[in-house]
Design a binder for this molecule. Structure first.
Ligand code: SAM
Length: 285
């Protein structure tokens, strides 16, 4: 990550691409027990958080990602009540999940409490639901949490983690998916941020393969824009414990009782449409 006192650039050596934002000032930097956390005030995207040099969340465009990590999977479940969020330390996904009145319990398990404490200061709008009586925020390794959880504990698991390196690497493994499968109840669904369809097809192919090997009977990738992430084109992949992912509760989505800025039933339908290259590369799985 480079800083020439007016521009902040996240360069991805692996993909030979970079993303830059004009900045006003650096607001904070620290090395937590798990990762380096930086926060900047930008000229046009509000505040921005980086973890280990990777863009995480910006004031301006986080709504797309947080809405797509929560509403499609909830409207795809027939009767969701108990949600587990792994990661999600900036609390934007938690806020979206809690907009659904039928949700009765949300456990948010992030390994690094410092991410949440800094989000409370620099992204307070994302943390506005943190004191909801249905929410419980705990700061533990999500891999350990799922390993220790009882079978049939959750209806939905949302894996809103950093990239598959460092503390998040194990969240992209067959072993972890197998534990998630055990911990999900009947009709259980898992959704995981699944990187860029343009830049990271290898990760996406492996993810679908490992989810299948972990006994999930179906998996489906959703596509959506995310400006601050590499290539600006992102995805999230849903895996289903025992129902085929053909549709979602369209009527409930059309008549949702809460506001959104990006998600609606049309966006949900569109996000499920698969590009030809993607179909071809997954056809052998
Ligand atoms: N939207 C971001 C993205 O797609 O890269 C992710 C946002 S959130 C800040 C990512 C969170 O994952 C971080 O707060 C980090 O602490 C957390 N995390 C990484 N590995 C973890 C693990 N093993 N268990 C729980 N949380 C983890």
């Amino acid at each position: 990550m480079a800083l020439d006192n007016t521009w902040l650039t996240e360069a991805s050596e692996a993909t030979g691409s970079a993303f830059s934002l004009k900045i006003k000032q650096k607001l904070h930097e620290e090395q937590s027990a798990f990762q380096k956390i930086e926060i900047y005030e930008t000229e046009t995207f509000g505040n921005m958080m980086l973890i280990d040099g990777c863009t995480m969340v910006s004031t301006r465009d986080n709504f797309i990602y947080h809405e797509m990590m929560s509403h499609p999977v909830i409207f795809s479940h027939p009767n969701p009540k108990r949600v587990l969020i792994i990661g999600g330390g900036d609390c934007g996904t938690l806020r979206e999940v809690l907009k659904h009145p039928e949700i009765e319990l949300v456990h948010q398990i992030d390994i690094d409490e410092r991410v949440t404490r800094l989000a409370e200061i620099y992204f307070p709008e994302l943390c506005e639901s943190n004191n909801d009586v249905r929410a419980e925020l705990m700061f533990i390794d999500g891999i350990q949490w799922v390993k220790d959880a009882a079978a049939n504990s959750y209806d939905i698991i949302i894996i809103d983690s950093t990239d598959p390196v460092g503390p998040a690497e194990g969240l992209f493994s067959r072993t972890f998916y197998t534990q998630c499968h055990r911990v999900l109840g009947e009709n259980g669904l898992l959704i995981q941020q699944s990187e860029s369809p343009l830049l990271h097809m290898k990760i996406l192919r492996e993810m679908h393969q490992e989810m299948k090997t972990a006994s999930f009977i179906d998996s489906k990738t959703l596509f959506f824009p995310q400006c601050i992430y590499p290539s600006g084109w992102w995805s999230a992949t849903i895996a289903s414990k025992d129902i085929v992912l053909t549709g979602f509760r369209e009527d409930a989505a059309e008549n949702k009782s809460f506001g959104t800025q990006y998600y609606n039933a049309d966006i949900h339908r569109g996000a499920m449409a698969e590009p030809e290259f993607f179909k071809n590369q997954l056809s052998s799985i």
